[in-house]
Ligand binder design. Sequence first.
Ligand SMILES: Cc1ncc(C[n+]2csc(CCOP(=O)(O)OP(=O)(O)O)c2C)c(N)n1
Length: 353
Amino acid sequence: MTVPPGADEAGADEARADEARADQNRADEAMADAERSRFLLQQMLRVRRFEEKCVELYSAAKIRGFMHVYIGEEAVAAGVLANLTPEDAVVATYREHGHALLRGVSAGAILAEMYGFEQGCCRGRGGSMHLFDQATRFFGGNAIVAGGLPLAVGLALADKMAGRSRVTACFFGEGAVAEGEFHESLNLAALWQLPVLFCCENNLYAMGTALARSESQTNIALKAAAYEIPSWQVDGMDVLAVDEGARRAADAVRNGGGPHFLELRTYRFRAHSMYDPERYREKAEVAQWVGRDPIDHLRTSLEDSGGLSAEQWNDLQQDVDSEIAQAVEFAEAGTPEPVDQLTRFTYSDRSAS
Ligand SMILES: Cc1ncc(C[n+]2csc(CCOP(=O)(O)OP(=O)(O)O)c2C)c(N)n1
């Protein structure tokens, strides 16, 4: 076979073009990854700053009643919720300000709710532990430990019966594992192959009780696997790991794979609630986990890889600060529900007709 003149050069040109395309693809991917990471960083920061403000307002007696903050655990809600669609449903616990915020309930409506004002997402009737918002399919805010699991199973059953391709993400603490509802819910979800994404926020303590003091088996993913549910343990302090694990699990649930279970290993940096002397854990242990702060961790790694400039970080903080300042202004201008409205919703409006 005779080689036409210039064929070598043509082949080399093609190889160079292939290489350039591959370089470009890698650069595009790196840019998309950095953008996704900055988005997740901002989501975590929104939750952190919002709750720091809540603590301040609680100390000023603007917010009263029980209040539980999520500070330290933000990577879990940020990573999981980034993988849901608006049609999906979310069920959470009483430590749910961040889940509501990232689901799309406005910071103002959440804060006004915590102030007990009519402008809150539940007209001020729920407070910190009972946030609820139909528009964003945020189904609480459940104060009963493990109480959200059967609700999630019911929502998923309705979706399955109606042939809807939706996911119900259910967040709960590892304390829920000691409740019968946990086992009943996992069993039915597996038996009926329901589209639930179970997200166990394992922060190692249920109030003052360490997991190892109450459970013979502390590997919670293993317990879920006993119900034939695909289950993984994920580093809940690494938002990129949560994002990746949640994407795989949520895709599988959405595509008819039945329930999936994520055990997200995390830690709360603050007390269980606003009233907790924290006599059950050593300060050194807390300090060690604070050293793994998911926000600091991602920020530093992004800065080191050139994915976050000083200007981008400043802009991001400013956006978050102004969102929170507006929320405070909104809540401060709120008003209590008029007394003559208090029996509203006690009986169905239909009973009048
Ligand atoms: C059925 C029930 N029992 C007891 C309580 C009291 N209680 C409130 S929070 C809590 C600890 C729950 O811990 P965990 O589920 O790990 O969630 P975390 O607070 O760590 O997020 C307990 C026992 C409750 N709310 N509901």
